[in-house]
Design a protein around this ligand. Structure first.
Ligand code: ZN
Ligand code: ZN
Ligand code: FE
Length: 754
């Protein structure tokens, strides 16, 4: 191609990230005239020159130097008539199309960090320094287009200096909507919980932390509860206030080398810790910090992500930085939400938070992220949908109930909300409604379809029924199975083997499913196999008291006369008998194929689980943490292939062998390793069967159980050795946060076939 003029269209996250001034600078530098302007989901660039050429210098520079926050989804270039323009300009945004992508909140960039620590800079030690490459986005924007009046910065009038930077296309802060400085921008303030102002700001806050005080610190997506992580008394007091005895607490360290003292870090983990998104990364413990993550071998660290955190950690090495919320409520964003009840002092500021967002949490498994919680820094990144699945409609998917997210679909993209929590809690339900309002407004969505879980009593299902919009329902594990397919753009015509292991999902037969093998494609599934049902004595209580599941499994194996097991001795025999009777009479003991509950039972039997757990997955996490490495042995299990209906996977032989191993005095870590291997072997066996019978060679792994690194790694190893193609969620959590994504996939398939 040799020509005088081209048009380039770039699609993706390219607005509000300093993209147009970047184009302006490189066009000027390379001597091109023309213009750049925002269009629906992207930017259009017109370039021309009086010399004909192929514009490759522009394309190369573009590739090399594009703004760090830009996410390029598509790049198109075409020849156009030469207009003989003499200058390059940034054209004003035409209103009309409102569907544009907005960047997530991004941690302070290197340029801003340098200014923050330069005493001659006018923003020296200013906790709200930002530029087009960094700063708040999703949490401060109320509506689109992303302009200052539409953000929570609207109340701050720019000073002449800021105005000058904001208006200069060659300045790093050109159109940086949250631009601010000490003269015109937000300010921090420190006060006691009784409202008394304390002078001294951030340095004084640090000295309070060093005295063992607990601070409520307003950050980007909400308040953190903060204390000195190395002060054991302060940590214990914070736990007491938060009613969290043992659930792990997240840490923020002042720099990377501090983290290295306490954790083993591989290069990929390092990359994520240092990335602009600054998630909490779960790392292998090297040196324990008492009281932070008891009974576990991983510890969660993050680095400071706002200039405020950066300043706070200038003079203290490690702080606990946990979301400030009352039990099971969303993270607090305003002081009026009761922060004073949780801390001694409050370090706050006057830039309002519009949308709450918790910190994202991930670990690295086989060089790729595995999200435990996807929120700040990653939301609202768009997810492209494979062309074969796209449909001309707009969809709102509401997810499940626990660990909920919502997703919306429009114009070939899915946008998934931040983690919202358990909607059975009233405050979380309000947060859910706020988030629906926010996402549908931001992306200008008027849903043609609303999708919910199959569960008739979920708040999300009821919301859908009340909405007056055509309503689709999707079985929980089917939605789980589709999420990785959508994420990885699966477009094969073969059905896939969906291995969906979790605690609970409402089944098509109205029972509680949770150890599921589905043969599925986007438009439907059948239940190929599942774990043999075992009663859940006490229903929901069974999930909170793992010993109940231990009794249920023993009863299933041995009948009422089960062998003596040390872990059972702490229980009053009358209590055990009560459960046995309950199960025998079928009183509140619904049958379930739950995989989470099998983990609970085994964790309790080997003596790793307490009688009552404090948080979901506590017993399984302890079991995983104990598993010894380099053990390939596994227990026997049985497949019961019936003439009709799904294959039943019975772990009865395994439970028997576990009881024997306990009796022989084998350590819990050995039994745990064998248990994990057994599950992986069961998955492999069903996969091989499905390939033989149905020619399925792609496996989708989903459900919260796959947050278990040990199980995930073993399963991947076994399946890949047999040449299966394995898909799992990478940029979403495999837990119920991904249900809304799978719901979108199903709705699209339904629309497509109509
Ligand atoms: Zn910056
Ligand atoms: Zn200013
Ligand atoms: Fe689930």
């Amino acid at each position: 191609m040799k020509t005088n003029a081209v048009n380039i269209r770039v699609f993706g996250v390219v607005q509000g990230v300093g993209f147009r001034p970047f184009i302006y600078r490189i066009a000027k530098k390379l001597g091109y005239s023309g213009w750049v302007k925002n269009i629906g989901f992207g930017v259009e660039i017109h370039l021309e020159s009086n010399k004909t050429g192929d514009f490759s210098d522009f394309v190369e520079t573009f590739e090399k130097e594009k703004p760090p926050l830009a996410l390029i989804e598509e790049f198109e270039i075409e020849e156009v008539p030469y207009l003989k323009l003499t200058d390059f300009t940034i054209k004003k945004t035409e209103s009309g199309e409102k569907f544009v992508f907005i960047s997530p909140d991004i941690s302070v960039c290197d340029n801003c960090r340098k200014e923050l620590h330069t005493s001659s800079d006018r923003r020296y030690h200013y906790p709200f320094i930002n530029c087009t490459d960094c700063g708040p986005r999703y949490t401060i924007v109320r509506a689109l287009p992303y302009d200052r009046p539409q953000t929570t910065m609207s109340a701050f009038k720019m000073c002449p200096d800021c105005r000058q930077e904001y208006s200069d296309p060659l300045d790093r802060r050109y159109h940086a909507q949250p631009i601010a400085c000490p003269v015109c921008g937000p300010q921090v303030s420190l006060r006691s919980v009784k409202g008394k102002t304390i002078s001294g700001g951030i340095p004084e806050a640090v000295s309070l932390l060093k005295q063992g005080k607990i601070l409520g610190v307003k950050g980007l997506g909400g308040f953190h509860l903060v204390c000195n992580a190395l002060d054991r008394t302060a940590v214990q007091r914070l736990r007491k206030i938060k009613e969290r005895k043992i659930k792990p607490l997240a840490l923020m360290a002042s720099n990377f080398s501090i983290i290295e003292k306490y954790a083993t870090i591989n290069p990929i983990e390092k990359e994520y810790l240092l990335s602009a998104r600054k998630p909490i990364v779960l790392l292998k413990k090297k040196k324990d910090i008492p009281g932070i993550a008891p009974h576990l071998n991983e510890i969660g660290f993050m680095l400071p992500y706002t200039p405020l955190h950066e300043l706070l950690l200038e003079n203290i090495d490690i702080i606990v930085a946990t979301s400030s919320n009352k039990k099971d409520s969303p993270i607090m964003k305003d002081e009026q939400e009761g922060i004073e009840a949780l801390c001694d002092f409050i370090l706050t500021h006057d830039r309002p938070i519009y949308m709450r967002a918790d910190d994202s949490v991930l670990k690295i498994v086989r060089d790729k992220p595995l999200f435990l919680r996807r929120a700040r820094g990653y939301v609202p990144y768009p997810q492209k949908v494979h062309a074969s699945l796209r449909a001309p409609c707009q969809i709102l998917a509401l997810g499940g109930e626990l660990k909920d997210t919502i997703s919306v679909y429009k114009n070939g993209y899915v946008i998934t909300s931040q983690f919202l929590g358990d909607l059975d809690e009233y405050q979380n339900y309000i947060y859910f409604e706020e988030t629906i309002a926010h996402l549908t407004r931001l992306f200008d969505i008027e849903p043609d379809i609303v999708v919910s879980d199959l569960h008739p009593d979920f708040h999300t299902t009821r919301y859908a029924q009340r909405s007056g919009i055509p309503h689709l329902q999707v079985q929980h594990h089917f939605a789980h199975t589709l999420a990785p397919l959508l994420e990885h753009g699966y477009s094969g015509s073969n059905k896939v083997i969906g291995v969906s292991l979790d605690g609970f999902g409402y089944g098509e037969d109205k029972t509680a499913w949770g150890g599921e093998f589905l043969l599925a494609d986007y438009s439907g599934f059948f239940r190929l196999a599942h774990f043999k049902n075992v009663p859940l004595p006490g229903g929901d209580l069974a999930a909170k008291q793992p010993w109940r599941m231990a009794v249920a499994y023993l009863l299933d194996c041995f009948g009422a006369a089960f062998p003596p097991i040390p872990a059972m001795e702490q229980l009053d025999p009358k209590k055990i008998k009560g459960i046995v009777e309950m199960i025998r009479h079928g009183l509140n003991s619904p049958p379930s194929s739950s995989c989470g509950r099998l983990f609970d039972a085994v964790s309790f039997l080997v003596g790793l689980s307490p009688l009552k757990v404090e948080f979901e997955a506590e017993a399984p996490m302890r079991l995983e943490a104990a598993a010894l490495e380099k053990i390939d042995e596994y227990y026997r299990f049985e497949l019961d292939e019936k003439s009709t209906g799904p294959i039943l996977i019975s772990f009865e032989p395994m439970i028997r062998s576990i009881v024997e191993d306990i009796d022989k005095g084998h350590p819990a870590g050995f039994i745990s390793a064998k248990f994990h291997n057994t599950l992986a072997q069961a998955i492999l066996k069903i996969a091989l069967y499905s390939r033989k019978k149905f020619q399925a060679d792609t496996v989708s792994l989903s459900g919260g159980v796959f947050l278990n690194r040990r199980l995930l790694e073993s399963t991947l190893r076994l399946l890949e050795k047999e040449n299966f193609k394995v898909l799992r969620s990478v940029f979403y959590s495999p837990n119920d946060e991904s249900v809304s994504i799978g719901q979108i996939a199903f709705a699209l398939a339904q629309k497509g076939t109509k």
